[in-house]
Design a protein around this ligand. Structure first.
Ligand SMILES: Cc1cc2nc3c(=O)[nH]c(=O)nc-3n(C[C@H](O)[C@H](O)[C@H](O)COP(=O)(O)OP(=O)(O)OC[C@H]3O[C@@H](n4cnc5c(N)ncnc54)[C@H](O)[C@@H]3O)c2cc1C
Length: 346
């Protein structure tokens, strides 16, 4: 049994910890603050088509989407908790003037993916031209997912330590120890999943892009409506409205301007939302990179898994599998494709 240290308790850190612990390893998770993880406030859309992804990022994201049902099933089995997960397809809203989105949809369709064009219905505003249904897309209530991950940690005997790692002692390609504010940590393997804060400990171009969102009640929708002005995501007890995209560093809190943008964006798609009641507000920091692709860096006894930007929830299963493979001595091709070496010299 190896001693593994995971730093970060967002979806990436906890999913990797889950896979390591199920492999029979002794896992400890160190986290500065379990509640600050952006993963708790994400929309939970698993949407490589609606996001318009292409190339290796699309392939990576689509593979992770395919792995989601078994990931959720495994998690529910281990945690004995329910995870709210909808595999019902999503609507990409095409506003007037955005008709070129239909060409994109045609392109996905010609590649064999399941795509339907639907006429705009009477619950939508006059600004909506049409809906594209991406039938393979899904969404998950991240609060239930993150809760289940924490329950799974407890059931598998994974210790969660609240501490801030302030220094990493690396010799060549090998991590020797971590210095926390409270104590020093040593393990046989280290997984760093620090989200938007990754550049505090590693020389990599990861920076925060803040997102604000709202929770509403009083209006229900059958499916996610993903538009260029808002995402409307139905959950069991409320409707999630996301999200702003702001390059403001780690500036905290919700702003009136953010709430205005979210409200206008929501009403612009579904006018009846004007009467919906605001339940709460939220914000978090997407871990962005210059090319919007993740970063996987490895040494002999460690991996850095970060930079998942707008799709970290979607990417959790494939990321955890790549990390587990690496621990077992297998090297995914994505470790080369998504190494931070791609930024050298740029
Ligand atoms: C409003 C909003 C909506 C989003 N919607 C979606 C969506 O619909 N679908 C999707 O796929 N993605 C979405 N995302 C993106 C997604 O939330 C992120 O990509 C994902 O949560 C990143 O997960 P992570 O585990 O890498 O980081 P985080 O969840 O941020 O976790 C990082 C962890 O590292 C810890 N940490 C950092 N530094 C240290 C340190 N020095 N020592 C110890 N611990 C440390 C933090 O305390 C935290 O626990 C959204 C993001 C936002 C903000």
């Amino acid at each position: 049994m190896r001693k593994i240290i995971v730093v970060g308790s967002g979806i990436v850190g906890l999913s990797c910890a889950l896979f390591f612990a199920l492999e029979g390893e002794r896992v400890r998770v160190i986290t500065r603050n379990p509640e600050e993880a952006t993963s708790w406030v994400a929309g939970g859309m698993l949407a490589p088509f609606s996001e318009g992804l292409e190339g290796d990022l699309f392939d990576f994201s689509y593979k992770s989407l395919q792995e989601y049902p078994s990931f959720v099933e495994l998690l529910m089995d281990v945690s004995k908790q329910r995870v709210d997960f909808w595999q019902e397809g999503m609507y990409r809203v095409v506003l007037k003037g955005e008709e070129d989105l239909l060409n994109k949809a045609e392109k996905y369709k010609s590649l064999g993916y399941k795509v339907n064009k639907i006429e705009a219905g009477d619950w939508l505003s006059e600004d909506v031209f049409a809906l594209v249904e991406y039938k393979q897309e899904a969404w998950v209530d991240v609060e239930t997912l993150m809760d289940a991950l924490l329950f799974a940690m407890e059931r598998l005997g994974v210790e969660i330590i609240v501490d801030e790692v302030v220094d990493i002692q690396i010799q060549g390609q090998e991590v020797k120890a971590l210095r926390g504010l409270k104590e020093e940590y040593k393990g046989d393997f280290y997984l760093f999943a620090l989200g938007a804060w990754s550049a505090e400990l590693f020389d990599i171009p990861v920076y925060p892009i803040k997102g604000q969102g709202l929770k509403l009640k009083g209006v229900s929708l059958p499916k996610v409506h993903y538009s260029s002005v808002s995402y409307l995501i139905p959950r069991e007890r409320y409707l999630y409205v996301g999200a702003t995209s702001e390059d403001v560093g780690f500036l905290s809190g919700n702003t009136l301007e953010g709430i205005k943008r979210l409200s206008e964006g929501a009403i612009c798609v579904v006018p009846s939302l004007a009467k919906a009641q605001v339940v709460s507000m939220l914000y978090g920091y997407r871990p962005a990179t210059p090319d919007e692709k993740p970063i996987f860096d490895v040494g002999t006894n460690y991996m850095v898994a970060t930079g998942h930007y707008r799709n970290g929830i979607l990417h959790a299963p494939i990321t955890a599998r790549i990390a587990l493979d690496y621990l077992r001595g297998l090297r995914s091709p994505y470790l080369d494709a998504f190494s931070s070496r791609r930024f050298l010299g740029s």
